[in-house]
Design a protein around this ligand. Sequence first.
Ligand code: GTP
Ligand code: MG
Length: 190
Amino acid sequence: RKCFRALCCKGPPPPRPEYDLVCIGLSGSGKTSLLSQLCSESPENIVSTTGFSIKAVPFQNAILNVKELGGADNIRKYWSRYYQGSQGVIFVLDSASSEDDLETARNELHSALQHPQLCTLPFLILANHQDKPAARSVQEIKKYFELEPLARGKRWILKPCSLDDMEAVKDSFSLLINLLEERDFEPSRM
Ligand SMILES: Nc1nc2c(ncn2[C@@H]2O[C@H](COP(=O)(O)OP(=O)(O)OP(=O)(O)O)[C@@H](O)[C@H]2O)c(=O)[nH]1
Ligand SMILES: [Mg+2]
């Protein structure tokens, strides 16, 4: 009987921690599609994001308030105005895009990694569109994006993914949540 009580009468579960994240990446990289899937929203009628869009994405052990910034050419220059208050960064790229777009994505990622408001935060970099035959592998992307020197000492995760394998996407987000939690437990510095 005691055992039964212990199992069933524990009261409400503790509230899940919430984190504010910013999600960037070129137009068409799949930011809205991935975030909608994570929120179990219908994948239909997704249009290019003008300005920004905020979603509360629920996970078992945390809620991520993700602010997606539209990736179109004329919006990207305003990205940095929306960085303040972020606790982590999600960068989505199209692994099958043209050489030109890949170079633009690399430059944008480098700017983000060096931005004063983002440079100390954990980064989740998603090499999306892996279902396409032209997709570059995560190793190729790691090399092309020259992440090693730039991101050294930072907490970042680079993972391949595609819209049709949401389990892999969820696993990547779990790793990001681990990085966000680590910060919570960091002893305060004197
Ligand atoms: N084949 C394939 N298509 C994808 C994948 N992810 C997204 N797409 C498609 O790419 C298109 C653009 O996706 P969006 O989610 O609107 O891209 P976005 O990054 O939000 O773009 P902006 O809001 O303009 O910055 C949609 O037609 C998606 O269905 C993927 O992994 N594989
Ligand atoms: Mg979008």
